[in-house]
Design a protein around this ligand. Structure first.
Ligand SMILES: [Mg+2]
Length: 179
């Protein structure tokens, strides 16, 4: 992807993951979804995925192969959530590292262009996905955490993203953990 801005999502959803329409994904021939957990499937500070997201996952699994890939190191926290959704997961993924995503592609038996990564962060989810040639989707956090956290962070990331269009194709942000 020469010249592609690595921090630019292919799709920005003006709402939580449950607002992500399947039509757009189908049009792009997407067959697999890699889902971030914190502030994507799960609102900050909550232990359970809200009903809207649970229902969205139930519909999504009929159309796509699904996988949770989280940077959260706490396996004891993630496991019951993933089990409740009946989804496979990887914790401690170290996005924007591509390692965990490569493993998922292998398990899904899909090429990168047929898999979308869905997350709330540009510097982890979107950057990791673009580095690997996945389709990248940025969503808002579900539920109340939207107002609590991250609005400043997201604002900074987005202004960063729009100003970084001149980055070289392999450009990476300073300090990013790239393995
Ligand atoms: Mg997140």
């Amino acid at each position: 992807m020469p010249g592609k801005n690595l921090l630019k999502p292919d799709l920005i959803v003006a709402g939580p993951v449950s607002d992500l329409s399947f039509a757009w994904l189908k049009q792009r021939d997407i067959a697999g979804l890699i889902l971030d957990l914190d502030d994507t499937l799960l609102a900050l500070g909550e232990q359970m995925v809200n009903t809207r997201v649970v229902e969205w996952v139930a519909r999504a699994r009929l159309e796509f192969r699904l996988y949770i890939v989280s940077n959260n190191p706490n396996r004891n926290f993630i496991e019951p959530i993933a089990l409740s959704l009946s989804l496979p997961f990887i914790n401690r993924a170290a996005k924007p590292s591509r390692r965990a995503l490569r493993r998922v592609l292998q398990e899904m038996q899909l090429p990168p262009e047929r898999v979308a990564i869905v997350g709330d962060r540009l510097l982890t989810d979107v950057l990791a996905g673009n580095r690997l040639g996945l389709v990248t989707v940025l969503v808002e956090p579900p539920g109340p955490s939207r107002a609590l956290r991250g609005s400043w962070l997201r604002a900074v990331e987005r202004s960063f993203s729009s100003r970084m269009w001149w980055w070289p194709a392999r450009g990476i942000p300073p300090g990013a953990d790239l393995k």
